[in-house]
Design a protein around this ligand. Structure first.
Ligand SMILES: [Zn+2]
Length: 240
Protein backbone atom coordinates (compact mmCIF):
# COMPACT_ATOMS: atom_id res chain seq x y z
CA UNK A 1 0.00 0.00 0.00
CA UNK A 2 1.25 3.45 -0.72
CA UNK A 3 1.12 5.93 2.10
CA UNK A 4 -1.73 8.36 2.04
CA UNK A 5 -2.90 10.77 4.65
CA UNK A 6 -6.27 12.30 5.04
CA UNK A 7 -6.60 15.51 6.94
CA UNK A 8 -9.92 16.78 8.15
CA UNK A 9 -10.26 20.20 9.64
CA UNK A 10 -12.93 22.83 9.94
CA UNK A 11 -10.85 25.03 7.68
CA UNK A 12 -10.77 22.47 4.89
CA UNK A 13 -14.48 21.67 5.23
CA UNK A 14 -15.30 25.37 5.01
CA UNK A 15 -13.06 25.78 1.97
CA UNK A 16 -14.80 22.84 0.27
CA UNK A 17 -18.26 24.23 1.05
CA UNK A 18 -17.29 27.63 -0.25
CA UNK A 19 -15.85 26.23 -3.46
CA UNK A 20 -18.94 24.05 -3.99
CA UNK A 21 -21.14 27.13 -3.68
CA UNK A 22 -19.01 29.13 -6.09
CA UNK A 23 -18.97 26.36 -8.70
CA UNK A 24 -22.70 25.67 -8.31
CA UNK A 25 -23.43 29.32 -9.07
CA UNK A 26 -22.23 28.65 -12.63
CA UNK A 27 -23.99 25.31 -13.09
CA UNK A 28 -27.30 25.13 -14.95
CA UNK A 29 -28.30 22.02 -13.09
CA UNK A 30 -26.92 19.13 -11.14
CA UNK A 31 -25.21 18.89 -7.80
CA UNK A 32 -21.52 19.16 -7.17
CA UNK A 33 -19.54 17.72 -4.31
CA UNK A 34 -15.99 19.02 -3.85
CA UNK A 35 -13.11 17.33 -2.08
CA UNK A 36 -9.88 19.30 -1.80
CA UNK A 37 -6.73 17.21 -2.03
CA UNK A 38 -2.97 17.57 -1.77
CA UNK A 39 -2.47 15.00 -4.46
CA UNK A 40 0.77 15.65 -6.26
CA UNK A 41 -0.46 14.36 -9.57
CA UNK A 42 -4.16 14.68 -9.99
CA UNK A 43 -5.17 18.32 -10.04
CA UNK A 44 -8.72 17.70 -11.20
CA UNK A 45 -10.73 14.56 -11.33
CA UNK A 46 -14.40 14.43 -12.05
CA UNK A 47 -16.75 11.55 -11.51
CA UNK A 48 -20.13 11.98 -13.07
CA UNK A 49 -22.94 10.14 -11.37
CA UNK A 50 -25.23 10.49 -14.34
CA UNK A 51 -28.39 9.04 -12.84
CA UNK A 52 -28.40 11.54 -9.99
CA UNK A 53 -27.01 14.43 -12.03
CA UNK A 54 -24.31 14.65 -9.44
CA UNK A 55 -20.63 15.41 -9.89
CA UNK A 56 -17.99 14.27 -7.45
CA UNK A 57 -15.03 16.52 -7.99
CA UNK A 58 -11.58 16.19 -6.46
CA UNK A 59 -9.55 19.34 -6.74
CA UNK A 60 -6.08 20.29 -5.68
CA UNK A 61 -5.87 22.91 -2.92
CA UNK A 62 -4.62 25.41 -5.48
CA UNK A 63 -8.30 25.82 -6.44
CA UNK A 64 -9.47 26.81 -2.95
CA UNK A 65 -9.18 30.55 -3.56
CA UNK A 66 -9.86 30.46 -7.29
CA UNK A 67 -11.49 33.57 -8.74
CA UNK A 68 -14.84 33.56 -10.60
CA UNK A 69 -13.17 33.09 -13.99
CA UNK A 70 -11.72 29.80 -12.76
CA UNK A 71 -14.81 28.59 -10.89
CA UNK A 72 -16.86 29.27 -14.01
CA UNK A 73 -14.38 27.26 -16.08
CA UNK A 74 -14.59 24.49 -13.49
CA UNK A 75 -18.39 24.42 -13.79
CA UNK A 76 -18.21 24.22 -17.58
CA UNK A 77 -15.52 21.61 -17.50
CA UNK A 78 -17.38 19.51 -14.96
CA UNK A 79 -20.75 19.70 -16.66
CA UNK A 80 -19.88 19.81 -20.35
CA UNK A 81 -16.22 18.87 -20.75
CA UNK A 82 -16.04 22.30 -22.40
CA UNK A 83 -12.92 22.77 -24.55
CA UNK A 84 -12.30 26.45 -23.72
CA UNK A 85 -12.80 25.72 -20.04
CA UNK A 86 -10.29 22.91 -20.27
CA UNK A 87 -7.72 25.31 -21.72
CA UNK A 88 -8.37 27.93 -19.02
CA UNK A 89 -7.92 25.29 -16.32
CA UNK A 90 -4.79 23.89 -17.95
CA UNK A 91 -3.21 27.35 -17.90
CA UNK A 92 -4.28 27.90 -14.29
CA UNK A 93 -2.71 24.59 -13.28
CA UNK A 94 0.50 25.36 -15.18
CA UNK A 95 0.71 28.77 -13.47
CA UNK A 96 0.09 27.34 -10.01
CA UNK A 97 1.94 24.05 -10.03
CA UNK A 98 4.87 25.69 -8.29
CA UNK A 99 2.72 25.41 -5.17
CA UNK A 100 2.28 21.69 -5.43
CA UNK A 101 3.42 20.12 -2.18
CA UNK A 102 6.24 17.66 -2.19
CA UNK A 103 7.50 18.68 -5.58
CA UNK A 104 11.18 17.95 -5.81
CA UNK A 105 13.64 19.14 -8.38
CA UNK A 106 14.26 15.62 -9.53
CA UNK A 107 10.64 15.12 -10.42
CA UNK A 108 9.37 17.83 -12.68
CA UNK A 109 5.81 18.73 -11.84
CA UNK A 110 3.55 16.36 -13.59
CA UNK A 111 0.08 17.63 -13.91
CA UNK A 112 -2.27 14.77 -14.31
CA UNK A 113 -5.09 15.69 -16.55
CA UNK A 114 -7.32 12.79 -17.43
CA UNK A 115 -10.49 14.30 -18.83
CA UNK A 116 -9.75 15.59 -22.28
CA UNK A 117 -11.99 17.58 -24.53
CA UNK A 118 -13.17 14.43 -26.29
CA UNK A 119 -11.76 11.45 -24.45
CA UNK A 120 -11.60 10.64 -20.76
CA UNK A 121 -8.38 8.74 -20.07
CA UNK A 122 -9.44 7.78 -16.57
CA UNK A 123 -12.56 6.03 -17.86
CA UNK A 124 -10.62 4.29 -20.65
CA UNK A 125 -7.87 3.16 -18.26
CA UNK A 126 -10.31 1.90 -15.63
CA UNK A 127 -12.27 0.01 -18.24
CA UNK A 128 -9.15 -1.67 -19.68
CA UNK A 129 -7.77 -2.43 -16.24
CA UNK A 130 -10.97 -4.24 -15.30
CA UNK A 131 -11.42 -6.03 -18.62
CA UNK A 132 -7.88 -7.19 -19.36
CA UNK A 133 -5.78 -6.89 -16.20
CA UNK A 134 -8.01 -7.88 -13.26
CA UNK A 135 -7.45 -4.31 -12.02
CA UNK A 136 -3.82 -5.13 -11.27
CA UNK A 137 -2.19 -2.33 -13.23
CA UNK A 138 -1.07 0.40 -10.88
CA UNK A 139 -0.19 3.48 -12.87
CA UNK A 140 -1.14 7.10 -13.24
CA UNK A 141 -2.29 8.31 -16.62
CA UNK A 142 -2.36 11.76 -18.14
CA UNK A 143 -2.66 13.71 -21.31
CA UNK A 144 0.67 15.19 -22.36
CA UNK A 145 1.38 18.88 -22.62
CA UNK A 146 -0.37 20.97 -25.21
CA UNK A 147 1.51 21.63 -28.44
CA UNK A 148 2.11 24.64 -30.63
CA UNK A 149 0.63 25.34 -34.05
CA UNK A 150 -0.73 22.47 -36.10
CA UNK A 151 1.61 21.08 -38.75
CA UNK A 152 2.25 17.81 -40.51
CA UNK A 153 4.74 15.86 -38.41
CA UNK A 154 6.92 12.96 -39.46
CA UNK A 155 5.96 11.04 -36.39
CA UNK A 156 4.14 11.44 -33.12
CA UNK A 157 4.88 9.48 -29.98
CA UNK A 158 1.30 8.51 -29.20
CA UNK A 159 2.03 7.15 -25.76
CA UNK A 160 4.80 6.47 -23.29
CA UNK A 161 5.23 4.67 -20.01
CA UNK A 162 7.72 5.75 -17.37
CA UNK A 163 8.74 2.80 -15.22
CA UNK A 164 10.13 5.00 -12.40
CA UNK A 165 7.05 7.20 -12.16
CA UNK A 166 4.55 4.49 -13.10
CA UNK A 167 3.13 7.09 -15.39
CA UNK A 168 1.41 6.65 -18.74
CA UNK A 169 1.41 9.72 -20.89
CA UNK A 170 -0.87 9.97 -23.92
CA UNK A 171 -0.24 12.51 -26.66
CA UNK A 172 -2.70 15.40 -26.78
CA UNK A 173 -3.21 14.87 -30.49
CA UNK A 174 -5.36 11.85 -29.65
CA UNK A 175 -7.88 14.05 -27.89
CA UNK A 176 -9.67 14.97 -31.08
CA UNK A 177 -13.21 14.35 -32.18
CA UNK A 178 -12.42 12.24 -35.25
CA UNK A 179 -10.36 9.79 -33.23
CA UNK A 180 -12.48 6.85 -32.07
CA UNK A 181 -12.37 5.82 -28.44
CA UNK A 182 -11.15 2.32 -29.33
CA UNK A 183 -8.08 3.82 -30.97
CA UNK A 184 -7.19 5.81 -27.84
CA UNK A 185 -7.90 2.67 -25.80
CA UNK A 186 -5.53 0.68 -27.99
CA UNK A 187 -2.69 3.15 -27.29
CA UNK A 188 -3.48 3.12 -23.55
CA UNK A 189 -3.63 -0.70 -23.59
CA UNK A 190 -0.17 -0.83 -25.19
CA UNK A 191 1.32 1.39 -22.49
CA UNK A 192 -0.38 -0.61 -19.72
CA UNK A 193 1.25 -3.75 -21.11
CA UNK A 194 4.64 -2.16 -20.46
CA UNK A 195 3.96 -2.53 -16.74
CA UNK A 196 3.32 -6.23 -17.21
CA UNK A 197 6.34 -6.97 -19.40
CA UNK A 198 9.81 -6.20 -18.11
CA UNK A 199 12.22 -4.64 -20.56
CA UNK A 200 14.72 -7.35 -21.37
CA UNK A 201 18.15 -7.16 -22.90
CA UNK A 202 18.58 -9.24 -26.04
CA UNK A 203 21.83 -9.30 -28.02
CA UNK A 204 23.06 -6.32 -26.03
CA UNK A 205 20.02 -4.23 -26.91
CA UNK A 206 17.03 -3.38 -24.83
CA UNK A 207 13.97 -5.09 -26.17
CA UNK A 208 10.84 -3.08 -25.47
CA UNK A 209 8.42 -5.19 -27.46
CA UNK A 210 9.18 -8.87 -27.07
CA UNK A 211 7.35 -11.64 -28.87
CA UNK A 212 5.28 -12.17 -25.72
CA UNK A 213 4.46 -8.48 -25.56
CA UNK A 214 3.25 -8.50 -29.17
CA UNK A 215 1.17 -11.59 -28.54
CA UNK A 216 -0.50 -9.92 -25.56
CA UNK A 217 -1.05 -6.76 -27.53
CA UNK A 218 -2.91 -8.73 -30.18
CA UNK A 219 -5.41 -9.78 -27.48
CA UNK A 220 -6.93 -6.31 -27.66
CA UNK A 221 -10.45 -6.82 -28.87
CA UNK A 222 -10.35 -4.21 -31.62
CA UNK A 223 -6.71 -4.78 -32.54
CA UNK A 224 -7.27 -5.24 -36.29
CA UNK A 225 -9.76 -2.42 -36.42
CA UNK A 226 -7.36 -0.06 -34.64
CA UNK A 227 -4.50 -0.95 -36.98
CA UNK A 228 -6.69 -0.45 -40.02
CA UNK A 229 -7.98 2.87 -38.69
CA UNK A 230 -4.43 4.06 -38.04
CA UNK A 231 -3.33 3.27 -41.59
CA UNK A 232 -6.35 4.96 -43.11
CA UNK A 233 -6.06 8.10 -40.97
CA UNK A 234 -2.31 8.51 -40.73
CA UNK A 235 -2.23 11.93 -42.39
CA UNK A 236 -4.87 13.37 -40.11
CA UNK A 237 -3.24 11.73 -37.10
CA UNK A 238 0.15 13.27 -37.88
CA UNK A 239 -1.23 16.72 -38.56
CA UNK A 240 -1.40 18.30 -35.17
ZN1 LIG B 1 5.78 0.33 -26.43
Amino acid sequence: MSKTTKRISQEILDAQDSLERRIRAHLQRGRVQVTLTDNRYTMISVRRVAKERRYEVRLHHMFADADPLITRALARYIADNDADASRVLGDFIDDNSGHVRGRSRRTPTTVIFTAGEHHDLRAIYDDLNARYFENKIDAAITWGARCGRPRRRNSIKMGSYSVEDRLIRIHRSLDREFIPRYFVAWIVFHEMLHQVHDIRVKNGRREFHSKEFMADEAQFEQYDEAKRWERRNLDALLTY
